[in-house]
Ligand binder design. Structure first.
Ligand code: FAD
Length: 481
């Protein structure tokens, strides 16, 4: 570790402290010395603003967010996490755990925090007999999908293989297998959690069950160092997309919405309006084009898929690539970007969906206010994702029929603020159909916890008071204490 005291002091200037009088008040000299001591103890590294790799260390996947913490700790072992938390508890500095930084926009101000990077804790161990995977805090879904698929198994991942397992599960976890198998959070069997002060506890149904409950969709408390998740058998899986020209969005989306109440839990669908870039790696047939898609994952045979998708196929899609697949195909189905990028992606939960909602959505997407929106998804909910389905979890499910998610990249032509405004304009059009509770993983800005977990917020507060009374661990949506 190299360090300029001036640079470090400058990075700390707006620092405010929490009010435990038994802790050392943060000052430049004491923190400098403490970070030096920490660096000497770590298997990983402490990176400071004066270090040459500072910009790389503090960068989030979401490149539009300029993260400026006091220091970055790159943890290579569970001990590194515990040691960082021990220092934080002693020094009145907060700790923000981060795997990929996909959720960085919801994290807020880091000027009084150490950014704790877990990405090097990326191990994955699958137990094919017990049907579980034990993964380090920094593992992404891509590595779990790949390891589990070798045994015909799958985790309850979301649309993107680049998303971190832990961040996704703590927020709930809505994925292609969700209507049959429920929220990803429900697959948490146990977790190892490092607490302020440095103790590491195991949270499961039988040990620290209150913490386990809070981790299952409520954001939890402390820093997860490892999680064990249940895998599901997906011996027969069919998935793919039906494509139509963008001009047919109205009739396709309305037909899709009418079909939703009749679909069984085995199928999960998304109806999208998509504008593809003019990128050479895309096939000529779709490069630079605008399309309407219905994407589907069906746990079952292609005959079942044929039966369920028949009403949509009557609308004569121009491309139809729905076919039997192996589970790893689910990580690619949504065509999410594989590399870090800057942009805005937000979503709202819809409590109902009718023709008027589709008309409002498409009118907004056609307007100048939404000109930079490249993907606008209506993601089917219901089935085992429904509110009240999951026991022993801070988030028992999602109270809605679908989630609308809009994505606008920040480009040379549009700043991140402009991209966010375009996404907001699209979602505002659905306001009359938007539910009271929102889904954490689709919300990028800080919001009231009650908006995300409803009445469970009081029990979550109690759990956080128990395990992190001084609010040392900073988490997204301002959900520290
Ligand atoms: C392209 C894309 C596709 C997506 N698709 C889906 C989807 O299909 N379904 C869905 O539900 N969500 C989806 N999301 C949202 C995603 O699940 C959330 O952004 C999630 O928080 C990302 O987790 P992460 O670990 O990758 O991000 P990070 O930014 O690293 O973490 C997010 C937050 O999780 C907490 N956290 C992370 N690691 C730890 C830890 N070790 N201990 C304690 N807390 C921790 C922190 O509060 C942190 O701020 C998608 C996001 C993107 C960018």
């Amino acid at each position: 570790m190299t360090m300029s005291t001036d640079a470090l002091a400058a990075s700390r200037s707006p620092l405010t402290t929490v009010s435990n009088p038994s802790r050392t008040r943060l000052s430049g000299a004491t923190l400098d010395a403490a970070l030096d001591d920490l660096a000497a103890l770590l298997d990983g590294e402490v990176v400071l603003p004066s270090d040459p790799d500072w910009d790389a260390a503090r960068a989030a996947w979401q490149l539009g967010v300029d993260q400026r913490p006091v220091a970055v700790v790159i943890a290579r072992t569970e001990n590194d996490v515990a040691r960082t938390l021990r220092l934080a508890a002693r020094m009145d500095v907060r700790v923000a755990p981060q795997g990929t930084g996909h959720g960085a926009a919801a994290l807020g101000d880091l000027s009084a925090a150490i950014l704790l990077r877990t990405s090097a804790l990326s191990y994955v161990a699958v137990d094919p007999i017990g049907r579980t995977a034990t993964v380090g805090a920094g593992a992404t879904w891509g590595s779990v999908i790949e390891a589990a698929a070798r045994h015909g198994l799958a985790g309850l991942s979301g649309s993107s293989a680049t998303v971190g397992v832990v961040g996704y599960l703590l927020g709930g976890g809505v994925g292609w297998l969700g209507r049959l198998h429920g929220l990803g959070a429900g697959s948490i069997v146990s977790a190892r959690v490092a607490l302020p002060g440095g103790a590491v506890v195991v949270a499961s149904a039988s040990e620290h069950a209150d913490l386990w409950w809070a981790l299952r969709g409520g954001g939890g408390a402390g820093v997860v160092t490892e999680v064990t998740i249940r895998l599901v058998d997906v011996a027969r899986l069919t998935a793919g997309s039906l494509w139509w020209p963008r001009e047919r969005a109205g009739e396709v989306l309305k037909a899709w919405a009418r079909l939703l109440p009749h679909l069984p839990r085995e199928i999960t669908t998304t109806a999208r309006v998509l504008r593809l870039p003019d990128a050479p790696e895309l096939p000529a047939a779709i490069r630079g084009g605008s399309f309407t898609l219905v994407q589907a994952a069906i746990v079952g045979s292609d005959e079942l898929a044929d039966r369920l998708l028949a009403p949509l196929r009557e609308l004569a899609p121009v491309i139809d690539d729905v076919s039997p697949v192996t589970p790893d195909a689910l990580g690619r189905l949504a065509m999410d970007p594989a590399e870090p990028s800057a942009g805005s992606a937000e979503g709202v939960v819809l409590s109902s969906l009718d023709d008027a909602a589709i008309d409002a959505w498409l009118a907004a997407l056609d307007s100048e206010a939404c000109a930079g929106v490249v993907a606008a998804d209506l993601r089917q909910l219901g089935g085992a994702l429904s509110a009240g389905t999951l026991d022993d979890a801070a988030l028992t499910g999602i109270d809605g029929v679908a989630a609308a998610v809009a994505v606008a990249p920040a480009t040379p032509a549009a700043t991140l603020a402009q991209a966010s405004a375009m996404v907001e304009a699209a979602l505002e059009a659905l306001e009359p159909w938007t539910g009271a509770l929102q889904y954490a993983n689709f919300v990028e800005r800080p919001v009231e916890q009650r908006t995300l977990v409803g009445a469970a917020v009081d029990r979550l507060d109690t759990v956080r008071l128990t395990y992190d009374p001084d609010g040392t661990v900073l988490r997204r949506h301002g959900a520290g204490r």
